[in-house]
Design a protein around this ligand. Sequence first.
Ligand code: UGA
Length: 457
Amino acid sequence: MNVVCIGSGYVGSVTGAAFAVLGHHTTVLDIDQHKVDQMNAGKSPIYEPGLDHLIESYIGRSLFATTDYGVIYDADVVFIGVGTPSKGDGTADLTYIRLAAQSIGHHINPNKFTVIINKSTVPVGTADLVASIIEEVSGLQVNTHFAMASNPEFLREGYALEDVFFPDRIVMGIENAHSKKVMKELYFNLLNRVDYEEKSLDFHFAHNPNVALPTYYETDIKSAEMIKYASNAFLAVKISYINEIARLCETLGANVTEVATGMGMDSRIGSKFLQVSSGWSGSCFPKDTAELLATSQKYSCELTVIQAAVHSNQQMHEYVVDKIKRKLKTLTGKNIGILGLTFKPNTDDARKTQASVIIKELIDAGARVKAHDPHGMVMFQQLNAGLDVQYVTSAIDVTHNVDAVILLTHWDEYLLMDWSTAKDNMRSPYVLDTRNVLKQGPLQKLGFDYEGLGISS
Ligand code: UGA
């Protein structure tokens, strides 16, 4: 099949590479010549483990990248995978979606029934908007000359390839009989894991390939659009919930890791997304909860659970800062080392990260901050130019002469760090592990004053 993915960002580049691997002639389309050149040189335009390898292996074979919108003319399916950032009022900015729709309108083949699919996270009703723009620009009619579908992506940054090749479900909002057939054919190899062994897809990822095949769930377009927002908001609620339980565990002397394990054994609850943290952040949960809340307010339909989760998440950031303050008595004149600036490991994405909020509060309270991240330092620095932080290129350098080390992101390299040298480097050996991932016993043996979240020390 001839597939075009508009956008070479996170969604477009991963989706494009995946369909190329699955045997479709796939073109990633972007107005950014630099990103297109990168892909054509066999490099990933984003940092995502494994993606470089796939692009390098498939570029020029079944994967192509271009700035030429003319490729839309021959496409059987066109995925829209452009950004939908938050506007000041929380609603999603659909500028790039509109531009993509206009380009499709200009280049769509009137004699070919093209299926246009929104893969970006878009508010309910966006498929109608895209259809109306295409109709206006091209003079064609939806469901007569082309069809719309909503196929939200559920990829986690850092684990995108695992999620794309071994998903739990494919949600397909689709209402036209012909396009239903087209989309099932497009996904056939993924749904049946055809050729996976040959392509070594089961070896590349940590995922156990023996798990059940994905469910292909067809629904109406608006419900599919809502499934994406409702899923992300639900996961955010789940994390806020365990983080609140962690705060109570700490007060009562219970251990939140034990509690989460015990809760997760109930299949109605599930064990995932119950890992304690200094709060959820990143480019998806804050944006998607904000959009859902803004839309619900517009229609006077208050989503109080999601409101509470957002509020609780802000409190979690503050709780971490208060905990450090309590330990160090004052932050004035204290040196603090931060491990991890990205919103989670295995990504270079430092947008809307909890680190920026926590570091700002520490500095405002009089502390001097040193920080390290293996991949996110450049983006963090660019986005937080106003923050007076000393960035160090080696994790161990964060520990020199500091009164506390705060682990915010659980990169593997922090778990494997030479903590004995770290202890010798520090002015006072206090470690706050906001992910409860460091080995408490061994660190205490080394003489560290170790604290996690929701566990007794
Ligand atoms: C999220 C969803 O998980 C994906 O399904 C979705 O496709 C994606 O948004 C999107 O809309 O594009 P992502 O933002 O990449 O993926 O990251 P997550 O792994 O969901 O983590 C989000 C935040 O929650 C991070 O700050 C992470 O550290 C935190 N988190 C996650 C916890 O604090 N505890 C957990 O147990 C899990």
